[in-house]
Design a protein around this ligand. Structure first.
Ligand SMILES: Cc1cc2nc3c(=O)[nH]c(=O)nc-3n(C[C@H](O)[C@H](O)[C@H](O)COP(=O)(O)OP(=O)(O)OC[C@H]3O[C@@H](n4cnc5c(N)ncnc54)[C@H](O)[C@@H]3O)c2cc1C
Length: 453
């Protein structure tokens, strides 16, 4: 056994959502944790952030925050969204439940959640924070890390026998590993970018739209979404191609932005008094998918969260997947007696298929959100899937599998391909629009279930 493999000191790079949660898990197990973060300490600098940015949290995320002991705190400010509210171009509304009664995804504040995680990590005497410290270089052989203190511009190098890299999609630690032999790396930018906008609270402080839904304005190749915040506002995100006929590059002045919203999102526009200010102030950001392997270096450096698997946000699973990394690693710690020389390679090997699967599912869900949610055939499929689930509780629609269960993502992806085949047959049945609860559907389903899969 290497001497690093059971020692109780760990370095975490990045105190974002995943790094700060993982620090809590390590601290609970009695590790001496040093956590280095490029940004300032939001506990003292405050998370004003100006705008509130929110995330959809689902089962995998809840499971992890529960283990960290902060579920109740987060629950108090989380807003349940049991379904999608679709806004048609003419302003008609259609509600589509995400799962069965009682199931919901939750809108949580990114800053609020990060702050809670830092607070709880900070309660452990064995956690030491180093904010305003940028990871500048990793000497893999030693291994040791060089950080730049962004307040003084001084560099310092620390020995780091056990490193968890939670420094996000553009991970500096991963960049060091990328230069080594037989490390695979791909990155892929979507042709769409995104911009965050806002629907402020109404004059009486209440939400201007129904807060118990994730709102979507699907428009084929692009879309607008809105998630509620606890303060009565909504954070909206416009997903639009960077270039082309209808794109960010065409929205060059206020008149063009207003005309675009008037044409495609007129009911939203009516609730967006700060649209032009938001549009001009907030950046247009890109969306990247990162795949790499192995997620580790010589059993002593492990990539977790977006550093290992950055995905597009259309399944609302990026953070949930990163949080699940923590849950799984923690369970492996028990199973493998805390021996990192076993945990790290096993995690990296086993979890990789799940990272790839959720990346694929997230890409596919973009098409569902921006386009299919407005397609009658797709809505019918959802209805039949819910009906089958009610009749056969062990039949779980893939969305539920990903969102409301802890089924490994690679199993959910396999199931999606199987279910696509099933629904291909069902939707091809004669008169299916009327007969969707009929015997013919049941027969196709039973054949599929008995190995026609
Ligand atoms: C528009 C959008 C919407 C999303 N919506 C959802 C959603 O609804 N649900 C969901 O589950 N996920 C969502 N995600 C994904 C989610 O944001 C990420 O998966 C999650 O933030 C990953 O957490 P992380 O800690 O791995 O990385 P990050 O949150 O990126 O944190 C990395 C941390 O490392 C620090 N850092 C970076 N480089 C260095 C360095 N060199 N030295 C020191 N520190 C460094 C950063 O400052 C940061 O604090 C969304 C993403 C986007 C872009």
């Amino acid at each position: 056994m290497n001497n690093h493999s059971t020692q109780k000191k760990a370095i975490v790079v990045g105190a974002g959502l995943v790094g700060s949660l993982w620090a809590v898990f390590l601290a609970r197990r009695g590790y001496q944790v040093e956590i280095y973060e490029r940004r300032s300490d939001m506990r003292t600098a405050g998370y004003t952030g100006g705008r509130s940015i929110n995330l959809a949290m689902s089962e995998r995320g809840w499971k992890a925050v529960e283990k960290a002991g902060i579920r109740e705190k987060i629950e108090k400010v989380a807003i349940p969204m049991p379904g999608r509210m679709m806004h048609s171009a003419s302003g008609e509304l259609t509600f589509q439940p995400y799962g069965k009664a009682g199931e919901a995804i939750y809108s949580v504040s990114r800053g609020g959640l990060n702050l809670e995680l830092l607070n709880i990590a900070g309660e452990f005497p064995n956690v030491q924070f180093f904010f305003d410290h940028r990871c500048a270089d990793v000497d893999l052989e030693h291994p040791r890390i060089t950080f730049e203190d962004l307040k003084t511009n001084a560099f310092k190098t620390v020995d780091a026998p056990l490193i968890f890299a939670a420094d996000g999609a553009f991970s500096a630690v991963r960049y060091a590993i990328q230069k080594t032999d037989r490390f695979n790396y791909t990155q892929f930018y979507l042709e769409h970018g995104y911009k965050e906008l806002s629907i402020p609270p109404g004059p009486d402080g209440s939400h201007r739209l129904d807060p118990s839904a994730l709102h979507i304005w699907p428009r084929g190749n692009f879309m607008l979404i809105a998630l509620p915040n606890a303060d009565g506002s909504f954070t909206c995100t416009l997903f639009l191609p960077f270039e082309g006929e209808v794109s960010f590059e065409k929205l060059t002045d206020n008149a063009a932005v207003t005309a675009f919203f008037q044409r495609y999102f007129s009911d939203a526009l009516a609730q967006m008094p700060t649209l032009l200010e938001d549009f001009n102030t907030n950046p247009t950001s890109s969306l990247i998918t990162v795949k790499c392997a192995p997620w580790q270096w010589q059993n002593r450096i492990l990539l977790i969260g977006d550093a290992a698997h950055a995905i597009v946000p259309f399944y609302g699973q990026g953070m949930n997947a990163g949080f699940e990394d923590c849950t799984i690693l923690d369970a492996m710690h028990d199973d493998l007696g805390g021996d990192w020389s076993k945990i790290i390679p096993q995690f990296a090997q086993q979890r990789k298929a799940d990272g790839d699967a959720i990346a694929e599912l997230a890409q596919r869900n973009f098409i569902e959100m921006r386009d299919l949610v407005a397609d009658p055939k797709f809505l019918l499929r959802k209805k039949i899937a819910a009906h089958l689930h009610e009749r056969h509780p062990d039949f779980l629609p893939v969305y539920s599998m990903v969102t409301f269960s802890n089924t490994p993502y690679h199993v959910a992806l396999r199931e999606e391909d199987e279910q696509n085949r099933l629904f291909g047959q069902i939707l091809g049945l004669e008169n299916i629009e009327q007969a969707w609860t009929g015997d013919a559907v049941e027969q196709v389903f039973n054949r599929w279930k008995q190995g026609g899969k």
